[in-house]
Design a protein around this ligand. Structure first.
Ligand SMILES: Nc1ncnc2c1ncn2[C@@H]1O[C@H](COP(=O)(O)OP(=O)(O)OP(=O)(O)O)[C@@H](O)[C@H]1O
Ligand SMILES: [Mg+2]
Length: 365
């Protein structure tokens, strides 16, 4: 079984990697391959290139899952802004409390540090799709930053933040506990000091925030716990996508080490744009023969011959350098980590067919 077929037997695949290496392309190609094999699949992409979106039939890009014509495949673009608005809508169902919350300084800082973070929104979306979607497989693309690891940490961080004991310290146990708590402790020396330092207005806002938030705490915490368990489940696979050049490999190494430190197995490494193929589809090498008539013809072709030889020599050199870089990178991976090595394509995959054909062009096929 090919590594991608192996991956497609899981129920959740998280693709991480440095910026611009082909994460979204890989996620989409894998989802297409899985759907073609009959699995009901969803792919949640982040900011896909226009052509890729078109290939998936997602020209009206948005947060809603849409069915790709002709396949048991749904695709969506994770829109952090839309998901964030929905979150505020959940927290504050009526316009008045919405205004209250948006104006609340504690809420603003909370939303900046957590709710607005991509990882949090991705986590909520993932929960939605995996729990309610009824898919055999969900493929999750991640944003092009080192903070991709946040998706791993977000659930635990949220659960900690929402720990009942921590919140209870602020709000007591009742819905209306926060303000009461602040009033009751108004005479407490420590509270007076804290109030003087933080400002009583801030204390009031802190109470206000937790009061509104308290009732929602359980929902947040439960969803976070579900996602946390899901990410750790053996049915989940993490794929590290990278390109084999120094800059991308340095970022990929950071992610690789971050994943391994967290005890998250890397189920496959994808080296994209990792070789220049010859006419036979195999990596171009020194020994690859020139086609018989490639450099013959009427007229003075010498300048063209020279340019062609120089160009080819550069491609061969690239391939040698890519090989060394991949080997060095893999030395720091657990032995036998499956690898998928994909070529530099002449044109970016812009159709469903091209996406579907991506793995046929992998090295060794
Ligand atoms: N093997 C390849 N050969 C040629 N072009 C490719 C290849 N893989 C991807 N591309 C193209 O490179 C661009 C970047 O790919 P993609 O958007 O998948 O990368 P990404 O890692 O998701 O980027 P970002 O980090 O910005 O989200 C796209 O235009 C895509 O079509
Ligand atoms: Mg992308």
């Amino acid at each position: 079984m090919t590594p991608e077929a192996q991956l497609a037997t899981r129920s959740l695949i998280v693709c991480v990697g440095p910026g611009g290496v082909g994460k979204t392309t890989f996620a989409a190609a894998l989802a297409v391959a899985a759907a073609r094999s009959g699995r009901r699949t969803a792919v949640i992409t982040i900011d896909p290139a226009r052509r890729l979106a078109d290939a998936l039939g997602l020209d009206g890009l948005d947060d809603e899952l849409r069915t790709v014509p002709g396949l048991p495949l749904d695709a969506a673009m994770l829109d952090t802004k839309a998901a964030y608005d929905a979150l505020i809508g959940r927290i504050a169902p009526d316009p008045e409390s919405r205004e209250d919350i948006l104006g609340n300084r504690v809420y603003q800082s909370f939303s900046r540090t957590l709710a607005r973070s991509h990882a949090y929104v991705a986590m909520e979306r993932l929960h939605d799709v995996t729990v309610h979607g009824g898919y055999d497989l969900v493929v999750l693309d991640t944003p092009p930053t080192r903070s991709a690891l946040d998706i791993l940490d977000a659930p635990a961080r949220l659960v900690r933040f929402l720990d009942e004991r921590v919140l209870a310290a602020f709000v007591g146990t009742g819905e209306r506990g926060a303000r009461a708590w602040i009033r009751a402790r108004g005479t407490d020396v420590a509270m007076k000091l804290f109030g003087a330092m933080a400002g009583s207005a801030l204390m009031e806002e802190l109470g206000g925030f937790f009061t509104v938030f308290f009732g929602l705490r359980r929902g947040f915490a439960e969803r976070a716990a579900v996602v946390q368990a899901q990410l750790a489940a053996p049915t989940t696979a993490f794929v590290l996508v990278t390109a084999p050049d120094a800059t991308h490999l340095a970022d990929a190494a950071y992610l690789r080490d971050g994943l391994l430190e967290r005890g998250t197995p890397i189920d496959a490494v994808v080296f994209n744009r990792a070789f220049h193929a010859g006419l036979d589809g195999r990596p171009l090498a020194q020994k690859t023969p020139w086609p018989d008539d490639a450099l013959s013809g009427p007229g003075d072709l010498e300048p063209i011959r020279r340019a062609a030889r120089a160009h080819r020599a550069r491609l061969v050199d690239d391939n040698v350098a890519f090989d060394h870089a991949m080997e060095a990178f893999e030395e720091q991976l657990p032995p036998k980590t499956p690898r998928i090595v994909l070529p530099v394509l002449d044109a970016e995959p812009a159709t469903l067919e091209a996406l579907g054909a991506l793995f046929d062009q992998a090295r060794g096929r």
